[in-house]
Design a protein around this ligand. Structure first.
Ligand code: LLP
Length: 425
């Protein structure tokens, strides 16, 4: 469910017409819908309300780290899942509560560990035994005790793109289950850490609850085995990964995941953490872009836009599918997903690479130069993965709530681009 719709022949975001936003703020432009973000957050929270205790929803900052969006989610009661000192800094700048922060990441630096300890975060999700020792040393140096959760690798296949599969044993993430006992024992010997939880994150854009159930069973079997240290385990962090619609209606509602997962956890006395990123943001954002040049080459038509792979990297990096459609006229047909891939239009960016596309082989109505197009489902891993490749300023971002539209990140200027080098010239 989202609040982007075609009304009277034009695309609106909630009550704000896309064309007016593009006129006012320029393109390329990320547009987010506050109502959709809140809706997804609440739907997920409510779906898991049947757990023994309400879950802590730690929004995964990497999906979209804009300060105003973090603030909005903090207002909803969210905690945060961070993977760097920079993301923690963002959470704090947005007014988020460090006591509701979990910190994962396979390469935490000593500096980052110190910063997170000083901030008083809830849990470090520990990815290796040597990392545990580093966290212990940092904590003792600060006279603190770090709350940690072991990130376990449950070795399940979430059946998603291989670049975003994280819980198989050949992936770099987490500690293999057969080593867990040894690491947990080790943790007990370290004065600077207390192992209070276990963590899994099996992948992203997952559209089947079964791999979660399988992974949770493996971890809970381990807890039930009564291995030393497991009695201290109060938190079970089941990670993120719930998929969203990109093509048509391929994702599952939160309730479908909850129905499968909640019974597994019932009566265990564990506090559950979820780390949703894409589920909250994916369909809450679009990228508005203008056609700069339209040209033909035999049967093919190229619509060359002012947004490219530096603004939205997902198609180039994962060949991922985003719906692309003109902002004026009729809504895309409901079966666009099924028919796509056979069209004659390549919607591409201005970057000097053939992999720079937004949507290939599309069936699109006639597009003229200057027309506005929307790239849908771009709220997650869009702006947060944008770069300055080809020395292009990153887009502006706008948050719409009702009829009100507010700039939440200004467009980068040429000074922003050259600044860090100019001072070294
Ligand atoms: N927790 C951990 C430990 C993670 O590594 C991730 C995502 C999440 C939570 C949030 O996952 P989500 O709920 O958003 O699926 N750039 C890729 C996605 C990379 C996901 C990385 N980890 C993409 O654009 O598809």
């Amino acid at each position: 469910m989202d609040h982007f719709a075609y009304r009277d022949g034009r695309l609106v975001c909630d009550e704000a017409p896309a064309a007016e936003l593009a006129e006012r703020f320029g393109t390329p432009l990320y547009v987010y819908c506050a109502r959709t973000i809140r809706h997804h957050f609440r739907v997920l929270r409510d779906a898991f309300a049947a757990l023994d205790a309400p879950p802590l929803l730690c929004y995964s900052v990497k999906a979209n780290s804009n300060l105003s969006l973090l603030r909005l989610l903090h207002g909803e009661g969210a905690g945060f899942d961070v993977v760097s000192g920079g993301e923690l800094l963002r959470v704090r700048a947005a007014g988020g509560d460090p006591k509701k922060v979990v910190y994962a990441g396979v390469g935490k630096s000593t500096r980052e560990i110190h910063e997170a300890l000083a901030a008083g975060i809830l849990l470090f999700n520990v990815e290796a035994e040597t990392e545990l020792e580093r966290i212990d040393a940092c904590a003792r140096a600060q006279n603190a005790v770090a709350g940690v959760a072991l990130r376990l690798n449950p070795d399940v296949d979430p059946k998603t793109h291989r670049y975003i599969t994280t819980g198989k044993k050949e992936n770099k993430f987490g500690i293999n289950l057969d080593r867990a006992e040894r690491v947990l024992r080790h943790a007990q010997e370290l004065r600077g850490v207390e192992c209070r939880g276990l963590h899994i994150h099996i992948g992203s854009q997952i559209t089947d609850p079964k791999p979660y159930v399988e992974a949770i069973r493996r971890v809970l079997d381990y807890v039930a085995s009564g291995a030393p240290g497991t009695e201290r385990v109060r938190w079970l962090d089941i990670g993120g990964g719930f998929g969203v619609h990109y093509r048509s209606q391929e994702a599952l509602p939160a309730a479908a995941f909850a129905q499968a997962i909640v019974p597994e956890l019932a009566g265990r006395g564990l506090n559950v953490i979820l780390e949703p990123g894409r589920f909250i943001m994916g369909n809450a954002g679009i990228l508005l872009t203008r056609a700069v040049t339209v040209k033909r080459s035999g049967e093919r038509r190229f619509v060359i836009c002012d947004a490219g792979m530096n603004d939205l990297m997902r198609p180039a990096l994962y060949q991922s599918y985003h719906r692309v459609w003109p902002a004026a006229g009729q809504a895309p047909p409901a079966d666009q997903g099924a028919r796509d891939g056979h069209g004659h239009v390549d919607v591409v960016g201005p970057i000097c690479e053939s992999g720079d596309f937004l949507g290939n082989d599309r069936d699109l109505p006639e597009v003229a130069e200057g027309d506005l197009l929307a790239v849908f489902s771009a709220g997650a891993y869009g702006m947060s993965m944008a770069s300055n490749y080809n020395t292009r300023p990153r887009p502006a971002e706008v948050l719409v709530d009702g009829a009100e539209a507010r700039l939440i990140r200004r467009r980068e200027s040429y000074d922003d681009l050259l600044g860090p080098e100019r001072e070294c010239l």
